[in-house]
Design a protein around this ligand. Structure first.
Ligand SMILES: Nc1ncnc2c1ncn2[C@@H]1O[C@H](COP(=O)(O)OP(=O)(O)O)[C@@H](O)[C@H]1O
Ligand SMILES: [Mg+2]
Length: 288
């Protein structure tokens, strides 16, 4: 059995900070001396690769047809045959290094049609377990300590594959009534998956994000999330930080800023604490 831990960032909503969270937790885990692989299933725009300043180069490989195999290839019926032909290089060819620690498998335009392609697979278990099979057979042998998967902000066959493969969910939540409802709906959805398929997917980390404690409402929602998710809530919240936004636009996380603002500094600490908590909750005993 492999010791690689897995988690997927998911919420049925865009813009809450899934990609930001995957990038920052990835770097935080690297800072804690873990080998990390990040996987972008969130859509062809390549946000995770952009976050590490490696998208332009990968985009060029895509445009010149050199980005093959790629993340969408591994869902293909023919992946087993392809991987056999490529031998040891099969997965190495998918992976891009970043200068902040984590390795990354970037997104690809092939993700565009992946949801409907998966929809053509009749058997539901087969439809939802392609990614799990890929991680089990091809990624776990690489010996990463942690694999984090970034998912689309919608419930579809692609996000189901991510949830199914990871079994542990990271959910960044903003402080608002709609977000509280979304998180609740997610918890119900995970329960439904468990009932339908006897696959246990747990909410491992609810991470309050973009918190502005200058408003009373934020404090109230923070307290509400804490009491609603006692086993999943992160030890600390990530504040709203313009630095995070700016850093992302420059292709880096808040960890790479040489002169972090107060909010960026406290965001870093929150991510480091969240990373430690996540590791403890994933058990450290491997993916079962
Ligand atoms: N803590 C934060 N403070 C400020 N801006 C943030 C924070 N977290 C995320 N953002 C910004 O919010 C936007 C959406 O975040 P993103 O991670 O792309 O969300 P998602 O992946 O869920 O769609 C991005 O512009 C990102 O830089
Ligand atoms: Mg995203």
């Amino acid at each position: 059995m492999s010791d690689t831990l897995r988690a997927a960032a998911f919420l049925d909503k865009g813009g809450t900070g899934k990609t930001t969270t995957v990038a920052h937790l990835g770097v935080a885990l690297s800072e804690l001396e873990h080998q990390v692989l990040l996987l972008d299933l969130a859509g062809k725009q390549g946000d995770l690769a952009k976050h590490f300043g490696v998208w332009c180069e990968y985009r060029e490989r895509i445009d010149t047809d050199e980005a093959w195999p790629n993340i969408s290839t591994v869902f293909d019926d023919a992946w087993g045959t392809i991987a056999e032909k490529l031998g040891d290089d099969a997965v190495a060819d998918l992976v891009v290094a970043t200068d902040e620690g984590p390795d990354l498998i970037p997104a690809h335009p092939g993700l565009d049609t992946l949801d409907s392609e998966l929809g053509n697979i009749d058997d539901a278990r087969e439809r939802y377990s392609r990614l799990e099979h890929f991680l089990d057979e091809y990624v776990d042998p690489l010996g990463y300590d942690v694999v984090l998967v970034d998912l689309p902000g919608m419930t579809n066959n692609v996000s189901y594959n991510g949830l199914w493969a990871a079994r542990h969910v990271i959910t960044p939540v903003e402080m608002g009534p709609f977000e509280a409802e979304q998180a609740d709906a997610l918890r119900r959805d995970l329960g439904k998956i468990a009932d339908n398929f006897a696959v246990d997917i747990d909410l491992a980390l609810v991470l309050p994000n973009k918190v502005d404690t200058r408003t009373n409402l934020a404090e109230e929602y923070l307290a509400a999330f804490q009491s609603e998710y006692p086993d999943a809530i992160a030890p600390d919240y990530v504040p709203y930080s313009q630095d995070i936004r700016n850093a992302a636009q420059r292709g880096m996380t808040a960890f790479a800023l040489e002169e972090p603002s107060t909010t960026a500094q406290s965001a870093r600490e929150a991510y480091l604490g969240a990373a430690e908590t996540l590791l403890a909750r994933l058990g450290g005993g491997g993916h079962v």
